[in-house]
Ligand binder design. Structure first.
Ligand code: CTP
Ligand code: MG
Length: 181
C-alpha cells in the first residue's frame, strides 16, 4: 500500500507541470486562433479553441510550476528522507508537450468532422498526457527513463482520467463549467 501511494505521489508530482497548462489555457484563452481561421478540406485546421494566448500562457504556467516544484524539492531533500524528481529540460517539454498533444487531438477532431468543444471520451483525458510524455521522451530521454519507469507510467495512465473527472466535477459544482464532464 505504501509503495502504491509512493508511486502515485511520484507520478502526480512529475505530471503536475503537464496538468496545469490546459486549465490555465481555459482561464485565459481567447484572441487569435493559431490556425488563423485557415481550413483544410473545408474544415478548420484546429478551430477557435486553440489560441496563441492560451498556448503561451498555458506553457508558461506549467514552466513556472515546475520551477516552483524544484524549490520545494530542495526543501524536501533537506528536511526529509523522501525524494521527488527534479525538473530539468522537462520543465518545458512537459507543459509544451501537453499543449501539443491537445492541439493534435483538435486537429484529429476537426478532420473527423467534430465541432469545437465536442467531447471525445478517452482522447480528451489522455491527449495531453501522450503529448507531454512523447516530447519529454524525445528531448529529455535520460530524465524520462529515470522518472517514468513502468509503474509510474501506469499510475499516470490510471490517475490522470480520474483527476480529470474529479476536477471537472468540482468546476461544475462551483459553477465554472456548464457540464460536469
Ligand atoms: N484554449 C486555448 N488555447 C489552447 C487550448 C485551450 O485558448 N491551446 C482555451 C480555449 O478558450 C478553449 C478552452 O481553452 O475553448 C478549452 O480547451 P479545449 O477543451 O482544449 O478546447 P475546445 O474549445 O473544447 O476545442 P476542441 O474541440 O478543439 O478541443
Ligand atoms: Mg474541449
Amino acid at each position: 500500500m505504501r509503495r502504491i501511494l509512493s508511486i502515485a505521489a511520484r507520478a502526480f508530482w512529475a505530471m503536475l507541470p503537464a496538468y496545469v497548462p490546459n486549465n490555465a489555457a481555459v482561464l485565459v484563452g481567447g484572441g487569435r486562433p493559431i490556425d488563423g481561421g485557415r481550413t483544410w478540406r473545408s474544415k478548420r485546421l484546429l478551430g477557435d479553441g486553440k489560441t496563441w494566448r492560451g498556448t503561451l500562457v498555458g506553457t508558461a504556467a506549467g514552466l513556472a510550476l515546475a520551477l516552483l516544484l524544484n524549490r520545494l524539492e530542495a526543501w524536501i531533500a533537506a528536511t526529509t528522507d523522501r525524494s521527488v524528481p527534479r525538473f530539468g529540460r522537462s520543465a518545458l517539454t512537459l507543459p509544451f508537450g501537453a499543449m501539443c498533444g491537445d492541439m493534435a487531438a483538435s486537429f484529429y477532431k476537426r478532420r473527423s468532422g467534430r465541432d469545437r468543444g465536442a467531447p471525445v471520451p478517452g482522447l480528451d483525458q489522455l491527449d495531453f498526457v501522450l503529448g507531454a510524455l512523447s516530447l519529454t521522451a524525445i528531448l529529455s530521454p535520460t530524465w524520462f527513463r529515470r522518472v517514468f519507469r513502468l509503474p509510474v507510467v501506469l499510475a499516470v495512465l490510471v490517475l490522470t482520467p480520474l483527476l480529470h473527472i474529479g476536477t471537472n466535477l468540482l468546476a461544475y459544482l462551483f459553477g465554472l463549467k456548464s457540464e460536469p464532464y
